[in-house]
Design a protein around this ligand. Structure first.
Ligand SMILES: N[C@@H](CCC(=O)N[C@@H](CS)C(=O)NCC(=O)O)C(=O)O
Length: 224
């Protein structure tokens, strides 16, 4: 099969995910050049993306809606990548929804945020993206980093500062489960969906469905 993402493909047909390009850190104690203040950062997400959805959940549970704005990209993605369109207009076969502009930067496409941050960026444009309105650049496009910053750095401006979604007493178990979900389910879907040869496809499918069986067993005995 022809690779959908040729630069993320091994010779033997496995999907090999690109590294996240932007990993700057927002801090509450001035230890980085990105202070955790209200109104400065903006989250771009797709609700179709499991990684982005995790950042949406963190923003909600920590009570960061007033402090950190959010824009949802259109769920339909063509070869120009994630785009901004009127969320009230629904796609159907007869209609092409015109582009709208995002409220922060006037972008039509999320790729414009990547190009503004690094004009030489030639990777895949992904959500979630945490944007800095002051430097007009992406601070971070790694979901786990964004969740950790939402949890730890913004407590001075969070409505639910006592909600701790990375509790220290279960840190190791949390990390193991999170890695398991990332590798076998979130990225497991990619490994299966973007394999270009039959054998890696079958191996990836088996890993994914075995992981779902394990989660089924876990969730039948525990809420989490
Ligand atoms: N490295 C990202 C992964 C995010 C990711 O893979 N997002 C997908 C949606 S689930 C995406 O934006 N894909 C766009 C594309 O492939 O063009 C993270 O951990 O936050």
């Amino acid at each position: 099969m022809k690779a959908q993402f040729p630069t993320e493909q091994s010779d033997s047909g496995e999907f090999q995910r690109q590294e996240d390009a932007f990993r700057e850190w927002i801090s509450a104690d001035g230890s980085t050049s990105y202070p955790a203040v209200a109104g400065r950062y903006h989250l771009y997400v797709s609700l179709a993306c499991p990684w982005a959805s995790r950042t949406v959940i963190f923003r909600k549970l920590k009570g960061l809606k007033d402090a950190i704005g959010m824009t949802i990209v259109d769920p339909i993605r063509d070869d120009k990548g994630w785009a901004f369109r009127d969320p009230d207009k629904k796609w159907d076969d007869a209609e092409v929804i015109p582009l709208s502009t995002d409220p922060v930067n006037g972008f039509h496409f999320l790729s414009q945020a990547y190009a503004a941050t690094d004009p030489n960026f030639d990777g895949r444009v992904t959500v979630p993206v945490l944007w800095d309105k002051e430097t007009k650049k992406i601070v971070n496009n790694c979901e786990d980093d964004i969740c950790r910053m939402f949890n730890d750095a913004f407590n001075a401006v969070a409505q639910n500062k006592d909600v701790d979604l990375f509790p220290k007493d279960i840190e190791d178990e949390h990390r193991n489960l999170s890695d398991f979900l990332y590798d076998n389910v979130n990225n497991g879907v990619y490994n299966a969906g973007f394999a270009t040869r039959q054998r890696p496809y079958e191996i990836s499918c088996r890993i994914l469905f075995e992981a779902l069986d394990q989660l089924e067993a876990r969730l039948s005995a525990s809420l989490y």
